[in-house]
Design a protein around this ligand. Sequence first.
Ligand SMILES: Nc1ncnc2c1ncn2[C@@H]1O[C@H](COP(=O)(O)OP(=O)(O)O)[C@@H](O)[C@H]1O
Ligand SMILES: [Mg+2]
Length: 243
Amino acid sequence: MKDTIVSVKNLHKWYSGVHALKGVSVDFARNEAVGLIGDNGAGKSTLINILSGVQKQDEGDIYIESEKVAICSPRDSMRLGIETIYQYNSMVPTMSIARNLFIGREPLKYSVFGIGVMDLRKMREESVRAIADVDLHLRSPDALVGELSGGQRQGVAIARAMHFKSKVMILDEPTNHLSVKETNKVIGFVRSLKEQNVTGIFISHNMHHVFDCCDRVVAMARGQIVLDKRVADTSIDEVQSVL
Ligand SMILES: Nc1ncnc2c1ncn2[C@@H]1O[C@H](COP(=O)(O)OP(=O)(O)O)[C@@H](O)[C@H]1O
Ligand SMILES: [Mg+2]
């Protein structure tokens, strides 16, 4: 039996005149890495923006572990166990690695008249551990994110997802603008998600990257899913032919 974690049914999205999603239905199972492929404008980002709470669908339903959910904000999405890493990721360059790891979920030491005081020591200690856990070697949790390379920033974002035990990790074109070495690291991360019990949804233009680290490939074209197969049962040529 397939252990479905996220299920979307018949999603539609219109942007004024543009019908960006035309009844998209797809399931994502626990412990699988799924590559989402398609040309520019196919609707990939719209689909994942709905899952990450950046946009709301006009029609259709989302189920997480068989329960129908309403995802109205990025915070809802995070609370449901979905972590999203964007091409230009959402970290604050002028803040430290430790602060970025805990954005929106800062541990509090105590509260004064209902205003929490952040536990900075706890954030430093936990971020050192979180970063070591994803095999990222950084000088210090106090280093500013703005001083890191693109690949290292992706690493911090991944450490954050792992640390907060996300169920699903969505990576929207995470390898754009990365060096070959950094790209390989991100591909390694996608491969390792399974061992950590995390479902990966990896959006990429690069068919080779998807075939390198995913179990399944879902192809979109013009707002619809046009292919959904196990990587072992298809080929780059076949996927290319349906786009
Ligand atoms: N915020 C938006 N406002 C208007 N149109 C949009 C917006 N986002 C996406 N679109 C349109 O929706 C379609 C799907 O885009 P998108 O989901 O970004 O595709 P992909 O990520 O596959 O390149 C495109 O025609 C795009 O121009
Ligand atoms: Mg996109």
